[in-house]
Write a protein that binds this ligand. Structure first.
Ligand code: ZN
Ligand code: ZN
Length: 233
């Protein structure tokens, strides 16, 4: 609309003129928006403190975060600064595990590894949530908490941090549920083992070893919808 959004007194008067109430609304909106979202040229980044750790804005501002900086930030925000420095690094060999906490009798020898190939292809928030998950394990180790892997105390901290941060930390170390949901070809063994096998591809399971041990055959019990539509006349 070509109107400059100056905040000087005279233009404020202009915007609050009775004939242009919408403009004053726009101005307020633009000011709020600018306050929250325009950072490129600002040196004062204090507004960032108000953003949730998984705010979509971070995906743009800092898509490839320094995990050591995140660790320190989360340590302060969610763990009262009680986590000692730890070996924290990207790992190329974690297969489908997004993150791993490696405990040790000596706290200073514990490690947190994050799956580089997996997480670098995913949104930043997945790195944040994976790191927070592993940090909860570490916190429990530091505190000497007696809990199962993802028992009541783990869940207590998970929910506490989710509430405080807006994150969605889960009890999973991977995206396997997401991956599993893509496996739409299912078979079930008709022998004594009754094993159910789910696969991405339409490739019937069964090995010589299984045949020898169980004797059963794998019978298709589910197929993807689109496939059924193609095969049914
Ligand atoms: Zn875990
Ligand atoms: Zn079987």
């Amino acid at each position: 609309m070509g109107v400059s959004l100056s905040t000087s007194d005279s233009s404020s008067e202009y915007y609050s003129a009775p004939n242009s109430p919408d403009l004053s609304f726009n101005q307020n909106y633009t000011e709020n928006f600018t306050e929250k979202h325009s950072v490129a040229c600002q040196t004062d980044l204090s507004f960032q403190k108000d953003l949730s750790v998984v705010d979509p804005y971070w995906e743009v501002l800092d898509p490839k975060p320094d995990i050591h900086v995140l660790f320190e930030e989360f340590n302060t925000k969610f763990f009262g600064g009680q986590l000692p420095p730890i070996e924290l690094k990207w790992n190329n060999r974690l297969s489908i595990t997004a993150g791993l906490f490696i405990p040790d009798d000596k706290i200073e020898r514990c490690k947190i590894h994050l799956n580089k190939p997996l997480l670098e292809l995913r949104p930043r928030k997945d790195t944040v949530q994976t790191l927070l998950h592993e940090m909860i394990h570490y916190y429990q180790r530091v505190k000497g908490t007696r809990d199962n892997d993802h028992g009541a105390i783990f869940k207590y901290h998970m929910k506490r941090i989710n509430r405080k941060s807006g994150a969605k930390i889960t009890i999973h170390h991977d995206f396997i549920q997401e991956y599993e949901s893509l496996k739409r070809h299912w078979w079930k063994c008709n022998g004594p083992c009754q094993e159910v096998v789910k696969r991405l591809a339409d490739r019937t399971p069964g090995s010589k070893a299984h045949k020898r041990k169980c004797g059963g055959d794998f019978i298709k019990i589910q197929e993807p919808e689109n496939k059924r539509m193609r095969t049914d006349p």
